[in-house]
Design a protein around this ligand. Structure first.
Ligand SMILES: [Mn+2]
Length: 289
């Protein structure tokens, strides 16, 4: 298992200077940088090369996090929208190959966040998205890449809310390139037992997102981290465990993830660095027992 961090930690907006951020993430002790798929999809050849070289020079592995837009919805009733989504994700997979990355993650089966102002037919959405993912799976298999489908809580999605659902869904896709992403934040809302869900996923667990129930860094809340670590060992998880904290108030990220209060008023970058270092040490202590 390798420890990673989502690129946005020091920022309150979604933009990112990746070579510079890669250095900070490495310096903080991580082995993996998770980048934004929308960024990768818009990078020119020179930007992709700079990112690839920064990762190689630092010995940092990469994963790509995608929250597809509405016009890229693989579960859409509209065939052209589904085709647009498949083409978009296939292009990202090819670009990943160019930067030496093999893991694409997120709610790839639909768009994010879901629209609950309309009537959503879950059964039909499964049929349509599963067909779309079978097509995407062929591209992933050809490139030797894996797609980890993120299970979301009820306020952000309706297609996959629990690990048990995710496993039935993977069964229907029927490709080794498709796995599950369990995120402890979403799990804390939907699962009876976090360690139980991890053990249930077993070898189908492709990726982990780590954060407390309020999306603070692991160790600052009340999730059962020692038990989560034991479950990851029991599942022989050897993928990327990426910390995905959302703690900064006041910018676009806070708006998008619905953070309406300031956890750490006036926190300096040095204090953010200290909290991050403490969290990584905490995780290692609880996961490597
Ligand atoms: Mn997540």
């Amino acid at each position: 298992m390798k420890y990673g961090l989502l690129y946005h930690y020091w920022s309150d907006g979604w933009s990112c200077d990746y070579p510079k951020t890669a250095e900070k993430i490495k310096k903080a002790g991580f082995d993996v940088m998770e980048i934004g798929g929308d960024h990768l999809s818009r990078m020119n050849a020179a930007e992709m090369d700079a990112l690839r070289r920064a990762a190689v020079d630092l010995g940092l592995e990469l994963s790509v996090n995608i929250g597809p837009a509405r016009d890229q919805d693989l579960a859409s009733e509209d065939k052209a929208t589904r085709e647009h989504g498949i083409a978009y994700l296939t292009d990202v997979l090819k670009r990943m190959d160019g930067i030496g990355c093999r893991m694409m993650i997120g709610a790839l089966y639909t768009f994010w966040p879901a629209d609950f102002s309309v009537e959503n037919d879950k059964e039909r959405a499964w049929d349509r998205s599963i067909d779309s993912l079978r097509e995407l799976a062929r591209a992933a298999e050809d490139l030797g890449s894996t797609c980890s489908l993120e299970i979301l809580n009820r306020y952000e999605g309706y297609i996959l809310n629990t690990c048990e659902e995710g496993l039935r869904y993977l069964e229907r896709i029927g490709s080794p390139s498709m796995k599950l992403l369990l995120d402890t934040f979403h799990m804390s809302i939907e699962e009876d037992s976090l360690p139980g869900a991890i053990r249930l996923a077993g070898s189908r667990l492709g990726h982990m997102h780590l954060g407390e129930g309020n999306r603070k860094l692991p160790g600052l809340g009340s999730l059962p981290w020692a038990e989560i670590g034991q479950a990851l060992r029991d599942a022989h998880f050897d993928g990327f465990a990426v910390i995905e904290p959302f703690m900064r108030y006041g910018g676009q990220i806070a708006k998008d993830i619905h953070l309406w209060h300031d956890f750490f008023p006036g926190a300096t970058e040095a204090e953010m660095d200290r909290m991050l270092a403490d969290s990584l040490a905490f995780l290692k202590q609880h996961f490597e027992a």
